[in-house]
Design a protein around this ligand. Structure first.
Ligand code: HDE
Length: 716
């Protein structure tokens, strides 16, 4: 594992803490779970060689029994995920706003474990589903564990926890036939959301490119709810949390996503693993939007409403620290599967608001671990164990690890000298923020939550033309998979409330006409309220555009960890191969040689070059760019190979950078669609690899040439 030797130097106390549970079988005897050495692991104990197996065989029974019980329930949502260890450091003390210790001292490295996930699919489903991604971070702080359980979208589909089971039932596979897996594109989901105008903002994020990220390392994270920072004086500020990836925000195309799902359903998981193993550690800056308590009501939306963002143009995101993921788990089950996140795991200096979605989450996460991990001692599982000491009077239950000494398990006591003591606030004792409450007990929703259309419109209007087109395609695809025409119609009618042009385009693709709904149906405020009082309010306009919402404006100055395919065969030109490889690797890219067979190929100069993949084992959709070096016999072999031609065409279709030198130029020009358009700046031809490398690197850094998408239709 990467960074192993440096754990100590890293100051990563959590990794040291895990050491006591790590097991390594190297040079060890095979034993039973009782430590008895096993002499035959091939045969069960029988009454004669051909006789029945004996009940007495404790070795067989132990082995099979353990196997029979290997599985635990998968997470009800976010079942599919991948995790990594790392650490977090604050840039400068945030003492002005919060007393949280891990946000005070820039020299302190706080260990973290991060789990990224999709939401709807099962544990074995594809990484490339169109879905929101989970972005959950556990900080092992010296004051106890703090979990920031966020998503890669800053808004959620519902405003009140009461609706969560309905939302999840609607998106999960339909109950009668368990179809479709890991997809929102079916009737029950769109039936539900088309009756829930409050879901529109999150729906717009889910229909955008953000829902098909290129990598977990290239997506943002958001705490979603408004939280509180509390400082030493007890003063509260509202805060929204952000994660900003240093590699920028990048997505794949939907067509590509569906193909990746077949070629490598573990694409994101593998990408994270490979980057960490290669020592190119994923990095994210931690951002906060801070709002003074007095400004709570100054916005045209409610800070407690989880379907709203605070546009960065209204409150800038301050980048206050950095998280680096530098170590893969040793064991997926022990760490990534058993980690238990809970928004209620907070530390002094951070507190909740009354966001009704957050309030419901505070119940759900502890509860769900009881059935998922089997009992209330899940905090003792190594990955969940805090590095801060635990002392309390909780006792017993399944799988208890802690051996509590003494007679006393109650408080107050005199027999134990009154221990363990309550901590004063000055001693780090957690004290909930004393928010003033003076209210009636009601089952209701605030009127300030009724604007559902302004922010999806802001989101849509902030997208680039390419991104808008992708959203129209996404709505058309998803609704095209809905069988009930009435649901499609209700949904396009809802879209007219947000953007008429979008609604008309989607309607046209569905063979419908978008109509202004006389009154959008809204059940979300309660069935027995006067329907007129609960309708969404009309769209407003407090901001035309927010640059931060478009991925077009992201970082585009690096090709670190980008995967580049070199298509080559025997006779490939030595310089064309070596010089390009050197230039790309210098910039941090990952180069793979794709050839007609495994083993190695021989260059024109007689050198042996190891082959990484063949046409059979890989595909262009698993790469960011393609390069065809010269060398006559090499290029002739490619020209004979339909899969090689398809490889380039498909990369071209998906708007990727393509380069060729020497005879490679002729191959691209004569055999593929990529050579047809001389104005296409992301198709680069050169005489030598050296002169071609620079523009090629610049094109890969641009991620995609979206213009190509509208200019060319490629039958690949
Ligand atoms: Fe979750 N969510 N959620 N959620 N959520 C779970 O907890 C729930 C919500 C999020 O990698 C479950 O341990 C309710 C918002 C992530 O282990 C469960 C509501 C956000 C993960 C649960 C929400 C999230 C979960 C399932 C509405 C973004 C995966 C297994 C009231 C801020 C964490 C588990 C991991 C997981 C409940 C809404 C993010 C059932 C009731 C909003 C990233 O407890």
């Amino acid at each position: 594992m990467a960074a192993d030797k440096n754990d100590q130097a890293n100051g990563n106390y959590k990794l040291q803490d895990l050491e006591q549970n790590r097991e390594d079988s190297t040079e060890q005897f095979l034993t039973t779970n009782q430590g008895v050495r096993i002499n035959d692991n091939q045969n069960s104990l029988k009454a004669g060689e051909r006789g029945a197996t004996l009940l007495e065989d404790f070795i067989l029974r132990e082995k099979i029994t353990h196997f029979d019980h290997e599985r635990i329930p998968e997470r009800i949502v976010h079942a599919r995920g991948a995790g990594a260890h790392g650490y977090f450091q604050v840039y400068e003390s945030m003492a002005k706003y919060t007393k949280a210790k891990f946000l005070q001292d820039p020299s302190v490295k706080t260990p973290v474990f991060v789990r990224f996930s999709t939401v709807a699919g099962s544990r074995g489903s594809t990484d490339l589903a169109r879905d929101i991604r989970g972005f959950a971070v556990k900080f092992y702080t010296e004051e106890g564990n703090y979990d920031l359980v966020g998503n890669n979208a800053p808004v959620f589909f519902i405003q009140d926890a009461m609706k969560f089971p309905d939302l999840v039932h609607s998106v999960k596979p339909e109950p009668h036939n368990e179809i479709p897996q890991a997809a929102a594109a079916h009737d029950t989901f769109w039936d539900f959301v088309s009756l829930m105008p409050e879901s529109m903002h999150a729906i717009f994020w889910a229909m955008s490119d953000r829902a098909i990220p290129r990598s977990f390392r290239m997506m943002e994270g958001f705490g979603v709810h408004t939280f509180r920072f509390i400082n030493e004086e007890g003063k509260s500020h509202f805060v929204k949390f952000h994660w900003k990836p240093l590699l920028g925000l990048h997505s794949v195309l939907w067509d590509e996503a569906t193909r990746i799902s077949g070629k490598d359903p573990d694409f994101h998981r593998r990408d994270l693993w490979d980057a960490i193993e290669a020592g190119v550690y994923p990095e994210y800056e931690f951002g906060v939007q801070i709002i003074a308590e007095e400004d709570e009501h100054k916005f045209e939306f409610d800070l407690l409403d989880p379907t709203k963002i605070i546009p960065e143009e209204l409150v800038p995101v301050q980048r206050i620290g950095k998280m680096i993921l530098n170590r893969n788990p040793d064991n997926f089950f022990a760490e990534t599967e058993q980690i238990a996140f809970h928004p209620g795991h907070i530390v002094p200096g951070i507190d909740f608001t009354n966001d009704p979605l957050l309030q419901g989450r505070l119940f759900s996460y502890l509860d769900t671990q009881l059935s998922r991990l089997g009992g209330p001692n899940f905090h003792e599982i190594p990955i969940n164990r805090p590095i801060a000491p635990i002392h309390n009077n909780q006792r017993d239950s399944q799988m208890r690890q802690m051996i509590n000494k003494g007679r006393v398990s109650y408080d107050p006591n005199s027999l134990g000298g009154g221990c363990p003591f309550q901590a004063m606030m000055t001693e780090g004792g957690f004290h909930s923020y004393e928010e003033r409450i003076d209210a009636r007990k009601v089952r209701a929703r605030s009127e300030s939550f009724r604007d559902h259309f302004t922010q999806p419109a802001l989101f849509y209007h902030s997208q680039s033309e390419a991104e808008k087109k992708h959203m129209i395609d996404a709505f058309s695809f998803e609704l095209g998979k809905v069988e009930m025409v009435a649901i499609r119609q209700r949904m396009v009618n809802m879209l007219t409330q947000i953007d008429k042009d979008l609604a008309n385009k989607v309607a046209a693709n569905l063979g419908l006409t978008a109509q202004n709904p006389e009154q959008p149906i809204n059940h979300s405020f309660g069935a027995d309220t006067d329907p007129n009082k609960v309708q969404p309010t009309d769209k407003r306009n407090y901001l035309d555009r927010s640059e931060a919402l478009s991925m077009e404006n992201t970082v585009k100055d690096t090709i670190k960890t980008r995967r580049v395919a070199f298509l080559a065969a025997d006779g490939v030109d030595d310089d064309a191969l070596d010089a390009m490889k050197k230039s790309l690797i210098e910039e941090g890219a990952m180069v793979k040689i794709i050839a007609p067979r495994h083993g190695s190929i021989k260059t024109a100069g007689g050198a042996e070059v190891k082959v990484n993949e063949t046409w059979l084992t890989t595909s262009s959709v698993l790469f960011d760019a393609v390069y065809v070096p010269g060398g006559k016999t090499s290029v002739d072999a490619l020209a004979d190979e339909m899969d090689a031609i398809h490889f380039v065409n498909e990369a071209f279709k998906h708007c990727k950078a393509i380069a060729g030198v020497g005879e490679g130029v002729e191959f691209i020009k004569n055999q593929t669609y990529a050579g047809k358009d001389e104005t296409d700046k992301a198709v680069i031809f050169g005489g030598t690899a050296k002169e071609t490398a620079k523009p090629f690197v610049a094109s890969i850094a641009q991620h995609r040439n979206w213009k190509r998408e509208t200019a060319h239709k490629v039958p690949a």
